[in-house]
Ligand binder design. Sequence first.
Ligand SMILES: Cc1cc2nc3c(=O)[nH]c(=O)nc-3n(C[C@H](O)[C@H](O)[C@H](O)COP(=O)(O)OP(=O)(O)OC[C@H]3O[C@@H](n4cnc5c(N)ncnc54)[C@H](O)[C@@H]3O)c2cc1C
Length: 462
Amino acid sequence: MLQEMETAHGHTTHEVFNQVPPLVNYNIFEQDPTLVESVQREGAAWVTDHAAALGRVAGSEEAISWSFDANTVTPVLHTFDRTGQRIDEVTFHPAWHNLMRTSINAGAHALSWREERTGRHVARAAVFYVSSQMEGGHCCPISMTHAVVSVLRGLPHLAATWEPLLTSLVYEPGLRPLQEKQGILCGMGMTEKQGGSDVRTNTTQAVPCSSEGENVYLLTGHKWFCSAPMCDMFLVLAQAPRGLTCFLLPRILPDGTRNRFLIQRLKDKLGNRSNASSEVEFDQTWAVRVGEEGRGVRTIIDMVNFTRLDCVIGSAAGMRQAVVAAVHHAAHRKAFGRLLIEQPLMQNVLADLTIESEAATLLAMRLARAGDRADDDEHEALMRRIGTAVGKYWVAKRGPAHAAEALECLGAMAMLRKASCHAFTGKLHSIRSGRDRATSTVWMSYALCRRNRRRRKRSWLR
Ligand SMILES: Cc1cc2nc3c(=O)[nH]c(=O)nc-3n(C[C@H](O)[C@H](O)[C@H](O)COP(=O)(O)OP(=O)(O)OC[C@H]3O[C@@H](n4cnc5c(N)ncnc54)[C@H](O)[C@@H]3O)c2cc1C
């Protein structure tokens, strides 16, 4: 009798049924009609095939396993080598590199700068939206690498050296001299211990080093939150003689030796775990001035603005992922004799989640279009300037609440670490507790607080 009851999985006491199959092998782009239509409406229909190809890879079982591995085996800091020399390097699970390679090959960091066609910011936003659903943490260096080009384009002498490598579709990890690399990454360091929103309180000092050229400075101080420390270069803020100034700080110096970029420790974060975020000290660290002395915020704000747009896109992508997981679960799980998706109250919840997700996607793509047209159209410039700030505030703020509601649709399964990390729906990691979503509300809150307060004073926003 017992033998007769044995199921395929070897249980002798009961049959396993009414469990939800893994959500894998779906096309993140093609199966998202709101995204597909937005891309067409906002002028980037030409990217459809490209985004669909990425969508297929990003939704594959293999890519989903990368995202779990990269969030399970988190980055490790190696301060010294075997012989006691400082190396300040961070190592990652191979899955992290697979994620980075996939997104960079697809141009999630560079499509808008490499393309001449209209709608290129929309096209890049769509690709970034798909990458964000593949895995959120790796999109941090992808976003910063994209954003820095907007600053460098105003400084042709720097752009000539750095832009071709920043916009390359080659992912080449590891610290090596520029001439030995085919592609590089960029991070940013603004936040210090005493202030993240109010960067005017930065205490890091920048002393001109005239023996090395008029734009070269030596920086001494710290950064309290410096994500993706294995980037090849950073834009950082420091106090120069005439005030807060923006600098380009490379990890490898022009002579091929290492710059003094002393990683003190990695943050033990609640979300965004695949991505390393570090505390770093500068001790006579070599840097090149970007823009005028005393105009640091004005200079770096272009980069901040692009990362803010990515907070909207990434949060919208997270909402979409939450909806997909919740609907998938409800479509396969029965309670009280019917599938959850057939239960009227569950339908209400799923409809609310879907409407909010679709609205966030529409807004993200509309803001990206404003980026495409801002140079020639004052209305679009205003839409971009104000809409991005408001959109970042609202969509990022709604992200954790939306994730919590979506998690509830999954019942107890959503609360199990193992269930959310392996083989279950495949995509739950990023709605795990809303913490990944909460990251976007905090990131670069500086820009939201100060700039908009100032604008309100002088404009119709009052
Ligand atoms: C995962 C992660 C990665 C990060 N990576 C980086 C990085 O790579 N580089 C970097 O420079 N920073 C990074 N940050 C830091 C981030 O940008 C700062 O945390 C952020 O700017 C807020 O600064 P703070 O933490 O010092 O908060 P505070 O400035 O102390 O602010 C605390 C709270 O008060 C609010 N607030 C501040 N001023 C006002 C005001 N006038 N009115 C109303 N509310 C206000 C803020 O919005 C915030 O909610 C990262 C943060 C996270 C979470």
